[in-house]
Design a binder for this molecule. Structure first.
Ligand code: SOE
Length: 387
């Protein structure tokens, strides 16, 4: 679908882990399936370890390699900076990139805390550069369809939003903290545990579908108190939350109920949500991502029941770009859709949600959740409080 009129969008990718791979794949595939005026070019790969960076760059087709992110950002042949590094590095890189006039695409969660998130929003907005945060699940077609159905008013007044994100990969006390992949267990690199890593996804989806969360009450638990740190070689206290549960109020009067843990034996990435409205309910599960469960009380009584809709028809969001009806797509497509929307937004100078500002709203809810777990009290999220 690349035409002669296509303009290049030259990417500096900072980081070469799991997300570096997911995003690189999206940049490579998007132009084959979506027609956009811009074509991503894998310009520079920046990674901490030279040999690994070279290997990653060769595999994905990056033209240049550096181990210095400042050098990547400073280049004249870079238009956009994609941040796929641990959470404690997002702010410095994003603010420097914005100051250099580059577009910024940042992995979630946006920041380590509210103060840092606020600085990032101000920097990106005063630089007036295109920006987005990779809360990718919004762009799974079934989830996008849920947004459409709610927008059409099919559910009527919403009463409940419940979500879970369950994993089981940290149950063993032998899993160390710190270093590649395992930085998610190190509070100094991650900021928090399941709250920032997993519940942030649920909160992003929830606020997108059901509006702002106004207050929360939460509890967290750290089941394994000490783990070997791969960088210091010592047994160190674990500062992250291994599990978190919270209930909340949405500004529209509905009630929320959220749970996340990395100790749910048997669940690898079970992201599930359900919304109950006056007329209809919707449910979705990442383990079966091409299906949206839908119950409409207005159906004739004799045939009323949950419908399991296979979201693979040309009428469904994003799907006419892919295969023939009935054929499934996967996790990686959510990133391709995100890039497609980002490229489209460049044509109309609109933003690609979630923007830094949107992601900061999620960060504020996460912060209120952690504050409530510490205080044992209801905490206000201060929704939309940044000027
Ligand atoms: C953690 O295991 C993780 O990879 C998160 O960091 C991602 O954001 C989530 O989508 C899947 O799980």
């Amino acid at each position: 679908m690349v035409s002669n009129m296509t303009r290049e969008l030259r990417i500096a990718m900072i980081g070469y882990g799991f997300m570096g791979k997911a995003h690189s794949n999206a940049y490579r595939q998007v132009g084959q399936f979506f027609s956009t005026a811009h074509r991503p070019v894998l310009q520079v790969l920046c990674g901490r370890e030279e040999a690994k960076a070279q290997e990653f760059a060769k595999n994905w087709g990056y033209k240049f390699v550096t181990t210095n992110w400042r050098e990547a950002i400073a280049r004249d042949d870079v238009d956009a900076v994609d941040i796929c590094t641990p959470n404690n590095t997002h702010a410095e890189i994003a603010i420097a990139a914005a100051k250099a006039g580059k577009m910024v695409l940042c992995e979630k969660p946006l920041s380590m805390d509210v103060a840092e998130g606020e600085r990032m929003v101000r920097a990106i907005e005063s630089a007036k550069v295109a920006n987005t945060v990779w809360y990718n699940y919004r762009r799974i077609p079934a989830v996008t369809l849920a947004k459409q159905l709610i927008g059409e008013g099919r559910l009527g007044r919403i009463f409940h939003f419940r979500a879970q994100f369950l994993q089981d990969w940290t149950i063993s006390a032998d899993v160390p903290q710190g270093g590649a992949g395992l930085w998610r267990l190190d509070a100094r690199a991650a900021g928090s545990g399941v709250t920032g890593d997993l519940l942030a996804h649920c909160i992003d989806t929830a606020q997108w579908l059901n509006g702002p969360i106004s207050r929360v009450v939460a509890r967290t638990e750290t089941f394994i108190k000490e783990r070997l740190h791969t960088q210091t070689g010592k047994l160190e206290p674990v500062g992250i939350d291994d599990a978190c549960e919270f209930i909340c109020d949405f500004s529209n009067g509905s009630l929320g109920n959220f749970e996340s843990t990395r100790y749910a034996r048997g669940h690898k990435a079970k992201y599930f949500f359900e919304i109950n409205g006056e007329h209809a309910s919707i449910a979705w599960d990442l383990h079966d991502l091409n299906r949206l469960e839908y119950f409409d009380h207005r159906d004739q009584g004799l045939v009323r029941g949950w419908k399991s809709v296979h979201i693979t028809d040309g009428d469904h969001p994003y799907m006419k770009q892919w295969w023939v009806p009935g054929l499934s797509i996967g996790y990686e497509h959510s990133f391709i859709h995100h890039v497609a929307d980002f490229l489209k937004s460049l044509e109309s100078a609109t933003s690609t949600p979630p923007t830094f500002r949107d992601a900061h709203e999620t960060g504020k809810v996460c912060a209120a959740v952690l504050a409530s777990a510490a205080s044992g009290q209801w905490e206000s999220t201060g929704a939309n409080s940044i000027a």
